[in-house]
Design a protein around this ligand. Structure first.
Ligand SMILES: Nc1ncnc2c1ncn2[C@@H]1O[C@H](COP(=O)(O)OP(=O)(O)O)[C@@H](O)[C@H]1O
Ligand SMILES: [Mg+2]
Length: 318
């Protein structure tokens, strides 16, 4: 797994709310700290990626949000505008005015059109950088959530099957070559040690294998509760909670002793409740699992992003 960051294109998906954006931002930061120039692509228009670097919102043009990390917000309309400019060489495409009308027509014309405008732009940045025309060593995508990501990744094939000949079909061929190359691309899934995220992850991994040629990377298990106490500590707590010992502790330290013991019991119980979900994940998915601890921080800004990046770096052996 140490080679995960040596690919050129990492997609990150996951059930909404599990920490997909946090992990995406952290992967970008980690790669930049390893000396890579990273393009971080946000696909969700309501996204919060720049917040995770304590940076104001960004647009379609990449903006540096941390040393080595350039973020952009990918909207399908901006992507179509760029595509028309580059490929059709329509003079002064900026002046054809509101593109929204055309866009709605094109985007609703067939399944996969909206998606290919997203994945096409991403693949284009990768191809440009491989061929030395764009500066990125790595493109990291905060992709669609689990329910929609397959359609997103499979859009080139959908379009190819729809369009039999001509330039559009040729466009799909190189995209599919990038998306299916395990030396270039990996789809990663963020999950949490809870029932629904684990089920969705197992299902998604199976669907990605069955329905796409996109290689799978790692599963990031986010919000894993720390293990402050191990089985070996339990007799110690048992002895502390025992009558005479507890009385002595209360005399020395006051009622806070009970709070501490309650907190310890709660930590152990919470962690235990998550064990079956982690077991189900390990049994249901044969991909490397990278664990990220639950962060007890108030603000999820740059400091939290860096903490997640450090955890991922440790898991990757960096
Ligand atoms: N490791 C973590 N520990 C604690 N809270 C986390 C962790 N990762 C993410 N969060 C919090 O969970 C919420 C959802 O995270 P976010 O990355 O926006 O998820 P998604 O992109 O999947 O919707 C945010 O409030 C975020 O701060
Ligand atoms: Mg998000």
């Amino acid at each position: 797994m140490t080679d995960l960051l040596d690919r050129r294109l990492l997609f990150v998906t996951g059930k909404g709310g599990v920490g997909k954006s946090t992990v995406t931002a952290a992967l970008a930061l980690l790669a930049a700290e390893q000396g890579k120039r990273v393009l971080l692509v946000e696909v969700d228009a309501k996204g919060n990626l720049p917040n995770l670097f304590e940076h104001p919102p960004v647009g379609f043009d990449p903006v540096a949000v941390a040393p080595g990390v350039f973020a952009m917000q990918l909207t399908t309309e901006a992507s179509l505008r760029e595509y028309l400019k580059l490929n059709l060489r329509i003079p002064m495409v900026g002046r054809i005015g509101p593109i929204a009308g055309i866009f709605d027509f094109v985007a609703n014309a067939a399944p996969g059109v909206k998606e290919i405008l997203t994945v096409g732009k991403v693949c284009w940045e990768v191809r440009e950088s491989i061929e030395g025309r764009a500066p990125w060593d790595l493109v990291v995508v905060d992709a669609a959530a689990t329910g929609h990501v397959i359609a997103q990744l499979d859009a080139p094939r959908t379009i190819r099957d729809l369009v039999q000949t001509g330039p559009i079909r040729n466009q799909t061929e190189w995209m599919m070559a990038i998306l299916s190359d395990p030396a270039i691309t990996a789809l990663n899934v963020v999950t949490a040690p809870e029932e629904m995220p684990v089920n969705e992850t197992i299902e998604l991994v199976a669907r990605a294998r069955a329905e796409t040629d996109v290689p799978l990377g790692a599963v990031v298990v986010n919000r894993v509760l720390p293990e402050p106490f191990t089985v070996a500590d339990e007799p110690v707590f048992a002895a502390m909670a025992d009558g005479p010992a507890l009385d002595r502790l209360r005399q020395e330290a006051g009622p806070a002793v009970d709070t501490v013991l309650d907190a310890a019991a709660l930590a152990v119980a919470l962690r235990r409740a998550r064990v079956p979900h982690l077991d189900a994940l390990r049994a249901g998915v044969d991909l490397p699992l990278l664990y990220v601890p639950y962060l007890f921080v108030r603000d999820h800004g740059l400091r939290a992003t860096r903490m997640v990046a450090d955890a991922l770096g440790a898991e990757l052996g960096l």
